[in-house]
Design a protein around this ligand. Structure first.
Ligand code: PAF
Length: 280
């Protein structure tokens, strides 16, 4: 595995790979890697000749400075995991490399960018689009891999790729879960032992809510999920929305869309966790 921190150096390596007709796959990450990330790397290796993984904790997508500072960073362990997984290029740029000058671009993704995470983390998706477009420019991958835990992020990245005309195919990969159902996330490391025991309730209650459909109305299912989780002392629901899986518009009746999807953000103590479930 080659570790590269400079965009030009990376581009030169990848240009050589392309000259040999190699297909390049890309997995953008913010590090603190877990099995979920490694499943993206595995899929990338299966479907491409060359696998590039980036690790960059992107400051422009954090609307909360404390969250940026607290974001887990485990560079040595990450490099070991990627080497063992068979990754070919690890791209680890500095903030100066990615943002030699402030990125002033403002994106508009319509409803997709405005609801849920967009409403609760102002500027977050603009920052995601800024960094993902810069990374796409550097890697020029044939395919890029994203985890479905960040369901809305995938919709935003697809829309960004459409607006900017990227040829990179966006591949959505299933959520990986711990044995107790908790969606794998780098943020799980910040849970203390009490919180870690409570956090799997999020996935458990989402799963239980599947049994209520279609007998209960959309509103009743939303109330069930929100009220049950908020009754737990360590949990506080920030939002739970049931939306159309494509447009992310709110769903009021189950037969309104072929892909009703429940998206949730919950504070477990100070740690903000997200998850989602498809009601089909
Ligand atoms: O999902 C993430 O880890 C980040 O949002 C991403 C896509 C790497 C952009 O910084």
């Amino acid at each position: 595995m080659k570790t590269v921190s400079n965009i030009k150096v990376l581009r030169n390596y990848l240009a050589e790979e392309r000259l040999q007709n190699k297909h390049i796959g890309f997995v953008p990450t913010m590090g603190a890697l877990h099995e979920g990330h490694l499943s993206l790397v595995k899929r990338c290796l299966e479907e491409n000749d060359v696998c590039v993984v980036s690790i960059f904790v992107n400051p422009t997508q954090f609307n909360d400075k404390n969250d940026l500072e607290a974001y887990p960073r485990t560079p040595e362990a990450d490099a070991d995991l990627l080497e063992a997984a068979g990754c070919h290029y690890l791209f680890v740029p500095s903030v100066e490399e990615m943002y030699p000058e402030p990125d002033t671009r403002v994106f508009d993704f319509g409803n997709i960018g405005r609801v849920m995470e967009g409403a609760h983390r102002p500027g977050h998706f603009n920052g995601v689009a800024q960094i993902v477009s810069k990374l796409f420019d550097a890697v020029e991958a044939r395919r890029a891999y994203f985890g479905e835990k960040d369901f809305q992020q995938i919709a935003v990245v697809r829309e960004m790729a459409r607006q900017l005309g990227y040829a990179t195919e966006i591949v959505a990969c299933p959520i990986l879960r711990e044995a107790d159902g908790l969606a794998m996330s780098s943020r799980n490391r910040r849970l203390d032992s009490k919180q870690r025991r409570k956090a799997p309730l999020i996935a458990k209650i989402l799963k239980e809510s599947l049994r209520l459909v279609p007998q209960m109305s959309v509103q009743e299912v939303k109330d069930f999920v929100i009220d049950t989780l908020n009754n737990e002392p360590l949990l506080c629901v920030e939002y739970f929305e049931i939306v159309d899986g494509q447009t992310l518009m709110p769903v009021n009746h189950w037969d309104q869309t072929a892909s009703p999807t429940g998206c949730i953000a919950v504070f477990c103590g100070q740690v903000r966790l997200i998850d989602n479930i498809m009601y089909t």
